[in-house]
Design a protein around this ligand. Structure first.
Ligand SMILES: [Cu+2]
Length: 296
């Protein structure tokens, strides 16, 4: 089962849009016990909560989804779950997520004019029909309920990383992560997350702007396409550096709880067993990416 480029696969793109709209509809896929909220909104809350969970609680930098080693396995897990719900609502067991190759759009004369943002693909989500239901609450750690249109400010700040920058990252970065496993280090995880260097993942969030820049960023469906591309870059890196292990291993300090290879990751799902970074390292269990040629 193949995850492909949304701009190269119109049939799958239409399925993605259909599935996302169904998941977002509380009448079709309700979030049990939450009036007017859907399973799509559940993923918004999950991301927000993981981001609010500081790991460890004594600091405000690393959290259960970002600025630490789990930044790649946690979204990998989230995408698998999101993909599962899309398959369910589409009634299509073969459906797989799509990725947005943002480095391809960086080569356009005007990246904001990419067909990705046309009304038949992602442009439609800034219209009146797509409702943002949860947004950050300035006075509390829980998101607040709202009912408004999605916000973007495409291309106003940040930029899209170039192919050469992505290739350099994959080719030249051998170590997955480095102590003290925060936003200061030069390993693959932090360079791809974007706290140092080019800014890869972070700067794409900034380039889209609006709702993509806050803790409830999955409100914008491009979140899933963006993170699918980040996940693809990680998969290509693993293929290029097959002997470079996930770090930290389990003998690391308890300060790295949620980030060590066999720690349970943050979740609201009850799967019957804990989901760990180690389980996210086999990139071929659920899907394969159509190509890495643009990355290598
Ligand atoms: Cu992100």
């Amino acid at each position: 089962m193949i995850r492909s480029n949304i701009l190269n696969n119109q049939t799958a793109a239409e399925q993605f849009i259909l599935g996302v709209n169904r998941m977002k509809d509380p009448d079709i896929m309700p979030w049990p016990g939450q009036a007017n909220l859907s399973m799509y909104d559940f993923f918004v809350l999950w991301h927000h909560r993981a981001m609010m969970l500081s790991t460890p609680p004594s600091q405000r930098d690393r959290n259960a989804a970002h600025t630490g080693p789990v930044f790649l396995p946690w979204p990998h897990y989230m995408l698998i779950m999101f993909e599962f719900f899309l398959r369910d609502t589409l009634g299509d067991q073969n459906f797989r997520l799509l990725y947005w190759d943002w480095a391809g759009d960086a080569e356009l004369p005007q990246p904001f004019a990419s067909p990705l943002w046309n009304d038949d693909i992602l442009g439609q989500f800034t219209g009146p029909d797509w409702r943002v239901r949860l947004e950050p609450n300035p006075t509390g750690s829980n998101p607040q309920v709202t009912n408004r249109e999605l916000r973007r400010s495409i291309g106003m700040s940040g930029r899209l990383p170039q192919r050469s920058e992505v290739r350099t990252l994959i080719r030249d970065t051998v170590v997955y992560d480095l102590a003290p496993y925060d936003r200061s280090v030069g390993g693959f995880r932090n360079l791809l997350e974007g706290w140092v260097g080019v800014g890869h993942h972070n700067i794409v969030h900034v380039w889209i702007g609006g709702d993509m820049t806050v803790s409830t960023s999955p409100n914008d469906p491009v979140f899933f396409l963006h993170h699918c591309n980040v996940d693809r870059i990680w998969a290509a890196w693993q293929q290029q550096h097959p002997t470079s292990p996930y770090l930290p291993q389990q003998d690391a300090s308890d300060n790295l709880l949620f980030h060590r290879i066999d720690d349970a990751m943050h979740t609201f799902f009850e799967h019957g067993s804990d989901i760990t970074p180690r389980m996210m390292l086999d990139t071929n269990t659920w899907y394969q990416y159509d190509t890495f040629v643009d990355l290598l």
